[in-house]
Design a protein around this ligand. Structure first.
Ligand SMILES: NC(=O)c1ccc[n+]([C@@H]2O[C@H](COP(=O)([O-])OP(=O)(O)OC[C@H]3O[C@@H](n4cnc5c(N)ncnc54)[C@H](OP(=O)(O)O)[C@@H]3O)[C@@H](O)[C@H]2O)c1
Length: 298
């Protein structure tokens, strides 16, 4: 008997946090042939056991992209973490977009970043904007899922907060609609498996805008001990972060991000996660409690 051929969807970056979860969600659906693309297939043999086909793909190696995209209907292109060398990530993404186009991919879903528009004050946006421009120019049908800042970014700050009663932050810092990686992955899988994927950029956010003062208070609630937010000027905040052991480049990047966020560019919410997945985006409080921070949750 001839069974109808399943559509083939390839997820790049399948050994990373988001890529792996997107593959998980797609495998659960059982309606697609799922290809997990990664530089390190040996790290994801468990996904092969669950039914994924593994293919090696490295955006620094265009030949690997040409081979990996053969016979693929849809691609979820997970943006890479190559941010330390200027323009490298843009080069990588362009190679992947060109290879997808050449291979006849019918739709590409890209994990972009919030408000990735020309002239965005947020340093991270330039690469994502350039990638979206490359997609637009390619003529390939695409969806750019503009993920807001990951809620997981908050966790990096928890060890310092656990030691403190006062938590310094940028004076006048704006709010952020933090989103969990889980919601980003579920949304990407929903688009990748949709009969008619939406086209163009979609801003994916958490359900609420949280400013620094509220965030500090929330962490206090979750660890069962009040914490006080102490607003600081940018230079003093950088100095403070370095004094707590944060390397200078990371401290500068954090303060630059906070300064850009102070313009309000991440202080908005959308209903896109619920619209795409049918499940509302997770609140930061619920996320923090689910991570067992401090071990004294209420
Ligand atoms: N919205 C936010 O707040 C936020 C924060 C941090 C990062 N991001 C972006 O979101 C992406 C996914 O997040 P994550 O948490 O899953 O990141 P992660 O766990 O750090 O994974 C990094 C990803 O980059 C891929 N990668 C690196 N070099 C590559 C190359 N040469 N060719 C192809 N893929 C390459 C890796 O794929 P393999 O190792 O499997 O090949 C992996 O999926 C990040 O890479 C970054 O672009 C967003």
């Amino acid at each position: 008997m001839n069974f109808p051929k399943k559509d083939v969807v390839l997820v790049t970056g399948a050994s990373g946090h988001i890529g792996r979860r997107i593959v998980d969600f797609l495998l659960d659906l059982e309606s697609l042939h799922v290809v997990a693309g990664t530089r390190t297939p040996e790290k994801i043999s468990d996904l092969e056991k669950r039914g994924a086909e593994l293919r090696r793909i490295d955006f620094d190696d265009s030949a690997s992209c040409d081979v990996a995209f053969q016979g693929v209907d849809r691609v979820v292109l997970v943006s890479t973490d190559a941010v330390s060398e200027p323009r490298r990530r843009i080069r990588q993404h362009r190679i992947a977009v060109e290879a997808a186009k050449k291979a006849g991919v019918k739709h590409l879903i890209y994990t972009s970043f919030a408000q990735s528009e020309a002239g965005s004050p947020i340093p991270l946006c330039a690469d994502h904007y350039a990638t979206e421009q490359a997609l637009e120019a390619s003529g390939l049908p695409y969806t750019a899922l503009r993920n807001s800042l990951y809620a997981e970014a908050i966790l990096r700050r928890i060890p310092t907060m656990l030691e403190a009663t006062e938590v310094p932050g940028l004076l006048g810092a704006g709010g952020i609609a933090y989103i969990t990686r889980e919601d980003c992955a579920r949304s990407a899988a929903a688009v990748a498996s949709s009969e008619k994927p939406p086209l163009g950029p979609i801003e994916l956010t958490g359900p609420e805008v949280i400013d620094e003062e509220r965030l500090v208070a929330l962490v206090g609630e979750c660890i069962g001990r009040p914490l006080r937010f102490v607003p600081m000027q940018a230079a003093a905040l950088t100095e403070y972060l370095v004094s707590t052991g944060v390397p200078l480049p990371r401290a500068l990047a954090k303060v630059a991000l906070d300064t850009a966020v102070a313009t309000g560019s991440l202080g908005f919410t959308t209903s896109a996660v619920a619209d795409l997945t049918g499940v509302p985006a997770m609140r930061v409080r619920d996320f923090l409690l689910s991570t067992d921070i401090g071990g004294t949750q209420t």
